[in-house]
Design a protein around this ligand. Structure first.
Ligand code: DAT
Ligand code: MG
Length: 140
């Protein structure tokens, strides 16, 4: 597998509980390098656009309200097989199903307040990186 980039969000439940550093440590321990990072607060319109793929799901409103409830940290992670590696470090969507040692197992509060987002495929990674970062902000 080649070196890839993936997009990550440290979500409001985690920034609120001062877990940004603990989560970044998990990425770095897994061999993922932070090549871009910023703390922002989403507008409702931005949250709705970012999660547009879920707009028909029953939890969409709750998800978007949660994502704008506190600042988030958006990052680009780089490394060997970064998309799959990040999903592995994150753990399952529902923390009750997440493996020991994963971010969601250790930190997530619920299936909704689950501490991190990570891209699920090369196409979504490219789209999500471009949604939040300009080329100038990516410093490999
Ligand atoms: P993931 O974040 O693991 O890629 P997803 O893309 O299926 O999971 O869903 C996006 C987010 O939506 C997820 O991180 C939390 C929220 N979500 C998913 N399923 C949910 C549910 N059944 N109830 C509440 N929120 C949910
Ligand atoms: Mg997803």
């Amino acid at each position: 597998m080649a070196i890839q980039r993936t997009f990550s969000i440290i979500k409001p439940d985690a920034t609120k509980r001062n877990l940004t550093g603990a989560i970044v440590a998990k990425f770095e321990e897994a061999g993922l390098r932070i090549v871009a990072s910023k703390r922002i607060q989403l507008t409702l319109a931005q949250a709705q656009q970012f999660y547009g793929v879920h707009s028909e799901r029953p939890f969409f409103g709750e998800l978007c309200e949660f994502m704008i409830s506190e600042p988030i940290v958006v990052q680009v992670l780089e490394g060997e097989d970064a998309i799959a590696k990040n999903r592995e470090v994150m753990g399952a969507t529902n923390p009750a199903d997440a493996a020991e040692g994963t971010i969601r197992k250790e930190f997530a509060l619920s299936i909704g307040e689950n501490s991190v987002h990570g891209s699920d495929a090369p196409e979504t990674a490219a789209e999500e990186i471009a949604f939040f970062f300009s080329g100038l902000e990516l410093v490999g």
